[in-house]
Ligand binder design. Structure first.
Ligand code: ZN
Length: 138
């Protein structure tokens, strides 16, 4: 069995962002040489997500509105977590959007349906953060 590991780094200027990382994951898969197996992609931070959905800007605006309804950023004082930090909303948003995805690798490709894309969801940006890519198989 082969095993491949890589960290992808991100630093968004905005507090929240959705970045399509499918091309980088496909690059990792090529680099790994693995043809059959599984690819795990997970955020290495507890205020960011990795998830699969459609690359459509209207949907991303809908995510933003929906998450702000569920866990509004402000006022910061509404959250018990915000004693020394101001990112309680980011922890909650990440919890909803998920930590990781696992994609099947078939014939050297991510075995996706027609509209599936992998996203990095940032909820507390403005600093360097990482996504782990782990691919196993043969
Ligand atoms: Zn925090």
């Amino acid at each position: 069995m082969k095993s491949y590991r890589k960290e992808l780094w991100f630093e968004t200027k905005t507090r929240r962002a959705y970045i399509n990382i499918t091309p980088q994951v496909e690059e990792c898969l090529r680099e790994s040489g693995i043809k059959e197996g599984l690819a795990l992609c997970n955020a290495m931070h507890i205020t960011a997500s990795v998830f699969i959905n459609d690359d459509e800007s209207g949907l991303h605006a809908d995510f933003e509105r929906w998450l702000e309804k569920l866990a509004p950023e402000k006022p910061h004082s509404q959250y018990a977590h915000n004693g020394f930090e101001d990112n309680a909303d980011a922890h909650l948003k990440r919890q909803i959007m998920g930590r990781e995805v696992v994609a099947a690798v078939t014939d050297g490709k991510l075995d996706f349906g027609p509209w599936e894309q992998i996203f990095y969801g940032e909820f507390d940006g403005g600093r360097k953060k990482r996504v782990l890519i782990k691919i196993i198989g043969e």
